[in-house]
Design a protein around this ligand. Structure first.
Ligand SMILES: [Zn+2]
Length: 338
């Protein structure tokens, strides 16, 4: 609980104040490596809540929501401490890649927690984040989005390994984000969410939005993320008011996750590339996209919904390699209303 100053990266943040700092990781061939952190310390005591962005380096859009929260939340109206990390993996971020480019293995920060101070650079980043942030928080939201692959998303992820009170509280964090569907997913302790849960703390993963979209679509996704994170803070008692939620939301497991993916490389012409397509009901057989062979100009594959259900990721039109992810539906047959 927060009744005093909050200390991070040799920076003291008194109650009612905000501060930005850099968490030093190590000295690399590119120079000093550090992870940026922004803190709003509420005037009143309350939980410590962290928001991670860019654990995958090419999933940049959620950091716009973190920026908006940092500008708009008034410390005088906040109970507790909000920690925003816009760029968790600066190596991958600066390379426009999902994972770090480095000589050693273990380059996916999303699979490196709680890290290793003598491991790969990515594992050192994980160690820095675990020691300075994850081990100090009462709740966490790990933000992901579509990246270089050209996909758009909208769902919250609950770890399928969570049980008891940790599961109940994590499910509540997922539900109040308001994405419409909560995916009970494989999030081992090597993920930030799984690590938090292993320490007995609630955590939600959220996949929402994409990168390089038109302005209005980016703006709408950013507004949804700001609303979702604000809802989570209301639910945690950090902000006044009740969460604003969709009329119906559903829970599904990996068994109900049905995908339509290109098996041939080509230019995917997407018929479900609008923000309104996410969270909408589709019918089995509905054509979601088609693959055009860029060499022969023939349509080489149709991508159709494999079942009735809720579309929770989709893709923008553009080139996709064979085996890339296309579209995913939460099968209506197994949806549970929450
Ligand atoms: Zn990701």
């Amino acid at each position: 609980m927060n009744s005093h100053s909050f200390s991070i990266a040799n920076t003291e943040v008194p109650p009612g104040k905000r501060a930005s700092a850099m968490l030093h990781v190590t000295r690399t061939l590119r120079g000093d490596l550090a992870v940026p952190v922004h803190v709003i310390n509420g005037a009143s005591a309350g939980p410590v809540f962290a928001v991670l962005c860019n654990v995958h380096g090419d999933e940049a859009m959620p950091l716009l929501a973190a920026l908006r929260l940092y500008r708009e939340i008034e410390a005088s109206k906040l109970s507790g401490t909000l920690i925003l990390l816009p760029v968790c993996n600066p190596l991958a971020f600066s390379d426009f890649r999902r994972e770090s480019a480095e000589q050693r293995e273990n380059t996916d920060l999303h699979r490196c927690f709680p890290g290793n101070a003598r491991g790969s650079v990515t594992e050192m980043i994980a160690r820095t984040l675990a020691e300075n942030v994850l081990d100090k928080v009462d709740a966490l939201c790990d933000m992901h989005s579509g990246g270089q692959g050209g996909r758009i998303h909208q769902r919250a992820d609950l770890s399928e390994a969570a049980t008891g009170e940790v599961r109940d509280k994590s499910l509540e964090l997922c539900r109040v984000f308001g994405t419409g569907v909560v995916h009970v997913n494989n999030l081992p302790p090597s993920t930030a969410v799984g690590y938090l849960n292993s320490r007995g703390k609630p955590a939600a993963g959220v996949e929402i939005g994409g990168t390089y979209m038109a302005g209005p679509m980016t703006e709408e996704f950013v507004s949804r993320i700001v609303r979702g994170l604000t809802n989570q803070m209301k639910s945690l008692g950090m902000l006044e008011g009740a969460p604003e939620l969709p009329a119906k939301q559903y829970l599904f497991t990996r068994k109900e996750r049905k995908e339509a993916n290109p098996t041939k490389g080509g230019y995917v012409i997407s018929h479900a590339n609008d923000i309104q397509d996410l969270g909408r009901w589709v019918k089995a057989g509905e054509k979601l996209g088609s693959v055009v062979d860029p060499y022969t100009f023939e349509e080489s594959e149709a991508l159709a919904a494999p079942c009735d259900g809720v579309l929770f990721f989709s893709r923008m039109s553009g080139p996709a390699e064979a085996g890339a992810k296309g579209y995913a539906i939460a099968d209506a047959a197994g949806l549970k209303e929450i």
